[in-house]
Design a protein around this ligand. Structure first.
Ligand code: GAR
Length: 192
């Protein structure tokens, strides 16, 4: 049995997919949603799905052990970043080595790094006239969007695409592949 904690800053459509996927698999469960944004819709989704939530401020996250204590109390085995926009502090990286997974809405190493999230990524892909984009699911380390890649999938970028069109196509890929990539990674951790 693995306990999964999800960090999300916004809508939380990925978080919802992951919660639902694992509710059908008795081996693993999402038992905590954490957010830096008290108004994030992900909190509403978590409430509707009966998953406990924890909201924190910048000062709490970077200068106290409170978030770590909440994770340890929940028995967290794996942290999933699903649209979480803050850099993860060192104390989480050292407590959960190889156990923090992020999703990025582009084909890293392109269109990654500080400030590249959500619509900004899709705007940049379209501005550069790329013919394809995609998703990257990866482990995280001290820098934004740099850790070991676990999975990538591509989709076309059409000449008529707006950033919203591309975001919709990317979300479809994310919802389809993120939960099963997490599950596959948990299996590899268990067989170590
Ligand atoms: C997702 O597309 C995710 O890839 C992206 O934020 C979106 C969150 O959507 N993450 C980043 O840009 C991180 N750099 P959601 O809240 O509906 O799951």
């Amino acid at each position: 049995m693995s306990n999964i904690a999800i960090f999300a800053s916004g809508s939380g459509s990925n978080a919802e997919q992951i919660i639902k996927y694992f509710s059908g698999i008795s081996e693993h469960a999402v038992n905590l949603i954490l957010s830096n944004n008290p108004h994030a819709f992900v909190l509403e989704r978590a409430k509707n799905l009966s998953v406990p939530t924890f909201v924190f401020e910048r000062q709490t996250f970077y200068n106290t052990r409170q978030v770590l204590d909440v994770l340890l109390e929940a028995g967290t085995d794996l942290i999933v970043l699903a649209g979480f926009l803050w850099l993860v502090p060192d104390y989480l990286l050292t407590t959960f080595p190889q156990r923090i997974i992020n999703i990025h809405p582009a084909l890293l190493p392109d269109f990654g790094g500080k400030g590249m999230y959500g619509a900004r990524v899709h705007e940049a892909v379209i501005r550069e006239g790329r013919k394809k984009s995609g998703i990257t699911i990866h482990l995280i380390d001290e820098e934004y969007d740099r850790g070991k890649v676990l999975f990538q999938a591509e989709c076309p970028v059409l000449s008529t695409d707006t950033p919203d069109d591309l975001a919709t196509r990317i979300h479809q890929l994310e919802h389809r592949y993120f939960p099963e990539t997490i599950e596959a990674y948990l299996q590899t951790l268990h067989s170590l």
